[in-house]
Structures are given as structure tokens and as C-alpha cells.
Design a protein around this ligand. Structure first.
Ligand SMILES: Cc1cc2nc3c(=O)[nH]c(=O)nc-3n(C[C@H](O)[C@H](O)[C@H](O)COP(=O)(O)OP(=O)(O)OC[C@H]3O[C@@H](n4cnc5c(N)ncnc54)[C@H](O)[C@@H]3O)c2cc1C
Length: 194
């Protein structure tokens, strides 16, 4: 029975918090720096396209499809086709966040918005706590980092003023801090060849 702390409230963080709760964690705290969950999931919405249709059905059949069911429920368009995408569904980004948030709250997951983690308290053996920008120290037994990808969106710096799409990774919301790097874990960095 562990106390689980998840840092970053995008889809990955929501799924991690949910999985920890369903696996029997004593308590789960989800820390998100902005004032909404779902991160970059708030600017996308295409689901079930191509091979992901099978993956979604498989996860639902295996009992892990809670979040997919919510996405299905809030899909404005289903089974649509456009270049590169077959049988896609598109969820309504304005409706889905409150629904996911309520689902997690009903499971007694402690969601803390506007809680940016900026440091880690650890020794050579283990992480003991994370420290928020407000100076709160939040201790736990298990820590999961789901703060998204590292670095700015390439097109912003390449083409000029940026765009409205990647606000959740934009430095306006403060730079991303790699919690993993703070404890000496090297992150994998994907490289795009253009
Ligand atoms: C423009 C755009 C359109 C997309 N469209 C689609 C689509 O249609 N369909 C699809 O399937 N995928 C789409 N994607 C990809 C998809 O959105 C992402 O792969 C997915 O949302 C990533 O989820 P994540 O939880 O890993 O990361 P993120 O969504 O990046 O979540 C990370 C979260 O961590 C928070 N955070 C960061 N640092 C801290 C900190 N120090 N303390 C606390 N919180 C922190 C952030 O605020 C954020 O909420 C799109 C991506 C983009 C950029």
C-alpha cells in the first residue's frame, strides 16, 4: 500500500494516476502546473485512427479502457476519414477535461492544479519528496514523472512567433523541469530529421 505521486497531469499522468489507484495504492496525488488536466491533449483530439482502433479495443477488453470510454463519450465525430487517417474519432476538447477530472476525483485521486514541481528531495538511494514552486514538500513512496517531452516545439523557433497549439509546452507557462534528470536519470531525446 503505497503513496504514489504523479508529476504532470496530461493524458499520461491521468492514466498513471488511475492505474496506481486501481492497483491498490493507498493514496495518489496528481500534480499539474497549469490550471487544467490533459496537457497537450487539450489541443488534439483525434482518436482511434488507423492501428490505434485495435489498440483502443484491446485495452478496453483488458479492463484498462476507462479514459478511452470517456473520450468516446465526448467524441463529436466518429468514424471519419481524412488524408492519413482512417475511421478516426475526434473528441470535444472543451468538454473532456472536466469529465476526466471528475472521474479521477470520484476515485479519490488528490488532484492539485497550479502545482509546478521544481525540485526533488532525494539521497543516493531513493526519491523522498518533490518540491513545488510554492515551497511545499510532498513526500511519497513511488514517484512517476509524466511531464511530457523535453524542449520547445521546433517549429516555434524555426518559423517565428509560435502558434496557439502548443501553449502547454510554451515557456509562457514556465520551462519544463526534468524531474528524472534531477535524480541522475538520462532522458531519451527524440531527433527529427527534416
Ligand atoms: C498540436 C498537437 C496536436 C496533437 N494532436 C493529437 C491528436 O489529435 N491525437 C493524438 O492522439 N495525439 C495528438 N497529439 C499528441 C498528444 O497530444 C500527446 O502525445 C499527448 O497528449 C502527450 O501526453 P503526455 O501526458 O505524455 O504529455 P503532456 O500532454 O505534455 O502532459 C504533460 C503535463 O505535465 C505538466 N507539467 C510539465 N512540467 C511540470 C512540472 N514541473 N510540474 C507539474 N506539472 C508539469 C504540463 O503542464 C502538462 O499538463 C498532438 C500534439 C500536439 C502538440
Amino acid at each position: 500500500m503505497s503513496k504514489v505521486i504523479v508529476v504532470g497531469g496530461g493524458w499520461a499522468g491521468c492514466a498513471a494516476a488511475l492505474a496506481a489507484k486501481k492497483a491498490g495504492a493507498k493514496s495518489v496525488t496528481l500534480l499539474e502546473r497549469t490550471d487544467m488536466l490533459l496537457g497537450t491533449g487539450l489541443v488534439g483530439g483525434i482518436m482511434r485512427n488507423n492501428g490505434r482502433y485495435t489498440a483502443t479495443e484491446e485495452l478496453i477488453a483488458l479492463g484498462g479502457g476507462d479514459l478511452f470510454k470517456i473520450a468516446d463519450h465526448f467524441s463529436r465525430h466518429k468514424n471519419v476519414e481524412f488524408p492519413g487517417h482512417k475511421h478516426a474519432s475526434l473528441y470535444d476538447v472543451s468538454l473532456i477535461e472536466p469529465a476526466v477530472r471528475q472521474y479521477l476525483l470520484d476515485l479519490d485521486i488528490d488532484i492539485r492544479l497550479v502545482s509546478r514541481v521544481k525540485d526533488v528531495d532525494h539521497d543516493s538511494q531513493k526519491v523522498k519528496a518533490v518540491i513545488t514552486e510554492a515551497g511545499e514538500k510532498i513526500s511519497g513512496d513511488v514517484f512517476v514523472e509524466t511531464t511530457g517531452t523535453s524542449g520547445p516545439q521546433r517549429n516555434c523557433t524555426k518559423y517565428g512567433n509560435g502558434c496557439a497549439m502548443c501553449v502547454y509546452r510554451c515557456p509562457t507557462f514556465g520551462p519544463r523541469i526534468s524531474i528524472a534528470a534531477r535524480v541522475g536519470v538520462k532522458e531519451l531525446v527524440g531527433k527529427t530529421v527534416i
